[in-house]
Write a protein that binds this ligand. Structure first.
Ligand code: FAD
Length: 516
């Protein structure tokens, strides 16, 4: 008997003696073309995520070689007498164990197949990709044809299936909508093990359910993503504000230009809040020179808080002569602090991949694999000033442990038929607290302190009746989920009963009580 088989059998015995309901031999009989792994290191990787806040162990990890492997597994879970959970895992960049499967099987979607699975249609301007493909690989494939997806996330080492299960947002969302507004068609394996193609025209209920569906209705194995002609270069600009209303008025003005000609608007609008000196030169802003760090105290900031508008203008090299004038004309209409313009110019691909540079820096200092108690909120425009007063100038107390992003989006770029939940206003803001907890003796940077601050922020919104919605939501109680979905809950539940009636899929989201 080979050492590998002996090891596998020994692991089975350990699993069986702890009395799990899922019998690994049941899985082995399924005969996958890919690899079904019981290796402790594989199981360990699949039990954790970027958040580093919890650990949930599965029985096995499937590295599928095709959609058929996934059909086989999900059908077995659906048809077996006791059932077991199955969760797709993209790149595991969730915060709260959303891609784990207690006592079940994790399907490792990213990295399991050769990345060259993208098929580009130049004529119809789309790309077909495997659900586990990382966005950085989607970009590499399409850029060869001079094409690129229209809507992005700030960071590209996330899987297509993972971001589409949430929304996928960045500074292009005001213009093109989130990534889920830029998907033409999907192949999905439902919780009954059926492989279905869905789109606006075909199996449309499944299509809308899966977009922003938190993995609850099916496993995305293929996505058809809209493309545009890729710009060659980007003028990337930051300007500062000491006054919150001036900052948000300009952000809202800029996103109101979404219907204008390309030359009349920026292509990317984001921003961030600077509550302490450390933050202005933080990991997301390699932009400001580290030899000449910017000082918050050198600006007369209202309440000690500064706001940075981040905008970008894409262009082709053939238009390089007119870009200065276009940018100058657009900047003229804004009310930032005079003299606070920081600009750089870089290739489009480098702009899209900007956060990866920061990741490499943090990794080299051992600061990437630390706990990340992140909190992402959609805040309605009508209450963003109250949020500023109560949170940025209040609860944070000039202390935070990571960048705070803030940017508005147009609700009419989101399809209300999708599963994603956003506030009931025409404009809402993303506010993202991207914290890293450190064990360095500084009490305000500990995990406990930051988690407590997150709770305080949520409590403040509740008390002040600011109807925020969590993005990348995480709740522990059923009632909280029902409140989160609001008037979308009954539809969500109906779709769950139709597409995953045994509650097999993505149990790590903890929306439905699992019986296994
Ligand atoms: P995972 O964590 O692996 O999975 C997330 C959920 O999706 C799980 O429930 C899982 O079961 C499900 N899932 C995964 N793959 C599939 C599939 N093929 N079919 C069905 N369900 C599936 N988000 C933004 O919108 N914009 C950003 O700019 C942004 N930046 C980020 C930067 C960093 C450094 C990190 C860590 C996260 C960021 N995110 C951002 C959040 C990110 O989009 C989500 O956490 C996303 O889910 C991560 O993708 P993943 O492939 O790692 O998913």
């Amino acid at each position: 008997m080979s050492t590998k088989l002996l090891l596998t059998l020994a692991i089975f015995q350990v699993i069986l003696t702890v009395g799990l309901s899922l019998d690994p031999t049941e899985l082995l009989r399924l005969g996958f073309d890919g690899q079904l792994s019981f290796e402790p290191s594989d199981v360990e990787t699949a039990s954790k995520d970027f958040g580093g806040l919890q650990r949930t162990e599965s029985v096995a990890v499937l590295h599928p070689s095709s959609a058929e492997d996934i059909v086989r597994l999900v059908k077995a879970a659906y048809e077996s007498t006791h059932g077991f959970s199955v969760s797709a895992r993209g790149h595991g960049h969730s915060i709260n164990g959303q891609a784990t499967a207690t006592n079940g099987v994790v399907i490792q979607m990213s990295g399991s197949r050769k990345p060259a699975s993208a098929i580009v249609s130049e004529k119809l301007m789309y790309v077909d990709v495997w659900g586990g493909e990382l966005w950085v690989d989607v970009l590499r494939s399409t850029i060869e044809y001079g094409l690129a997806p229209k809507s992005w996330t700030d960071y590209l080492y996330l899987s297509v299936g993972g971001t589409i299960s949430n929304a996928g947002i960045s500074g292009q969302a005001f213009n093109h909508g989130p990534q889920i507004s830029n998907v033409y068609e999907l192949d999905v394996i439902t919780g009954k093990g059926e492989l279905l193609t869905c789109s606006e025209e075909e199996n449309s209920d499944l299509y809308h359910a899966v977009l922003g569906g938190l993995g609850q209705f099916g496993i995305i194995t293929r996505a058809r993503i809209a493309l545009e002609r890729a710009p060659q270069r980007v003028r990337w600009i930051r300007v500062l504000y000491s006054n919150f209303s001036g900052f948000t008025e300009d952000q809202e003005y800029l996103i109101s230009l979404h219907g204008q000609e390309d030359t009349q608007k920026f292509d990317y609008v984001e921003g961030f809040v600077i509550v302490d000196e450390g933050l202005i030169n933080n990991w997301r802003s390699s932009f400001f020179s580290s030899n000449n760090p910017l000082k918050v105290s050198s600006f007369n900031a209202e309440g000690g808080v500064l706001y940075c508008l981040e905008i970008a203008k894409n262009y082709q090299e053939s238009n390089a002569l007119s870009i200065d004038q276009e940018v100058e004309d657009l900047l003229k209409k804004l009310n930032f602090i005079p003299g606070s313009i920081f600009a750089t110019d870089l290739p489009y691909v480098d702009f899209l991949d900007r956060v990866h540079k920061a990741e490499l820096k943090l990794r080299s200092k051992g600061l990437w694999d630390v706990p990340h108690p992140w909190l992402n909120l959609f805040v309605p425009k009508s209450r963003i000033a109250d949020f500023d007063q109560g949170v940025f100038k209040g609860i944070l107390g000039k202390k935070t442990s990571g960048p705070i992003l803030i940017y508005p989006m147009n609700k009419n770029k989101w399809d209300n038929k999708s599963s994603t939940v956003t506030p009931e206003e025409d404009i809402f803001y993303l506010v993202a607290f991207l914290r890293s907890a450190l064990d360095n003796g500084n009490e305000t940077q500990t995990l406990e302190y930051l988690r407590n601050q997150n709770r305080q922020i949520l409590r403040f919104c509740d008390d002040e009746k600011i109807n925020v919605k969590q993005y990348l939501p995480h709740y522990n109680k059923g009632q909280e989920w029902i409140h989160h979905f609001g008037n979308k809950w009954s539809q969500f539940l109906k779709r769950k009963m139709e597409f995953d009636p045994r509650g097999i899929l993505a149990t790590g989201q903890r929306i439905f009580k699992s019986s296994f």
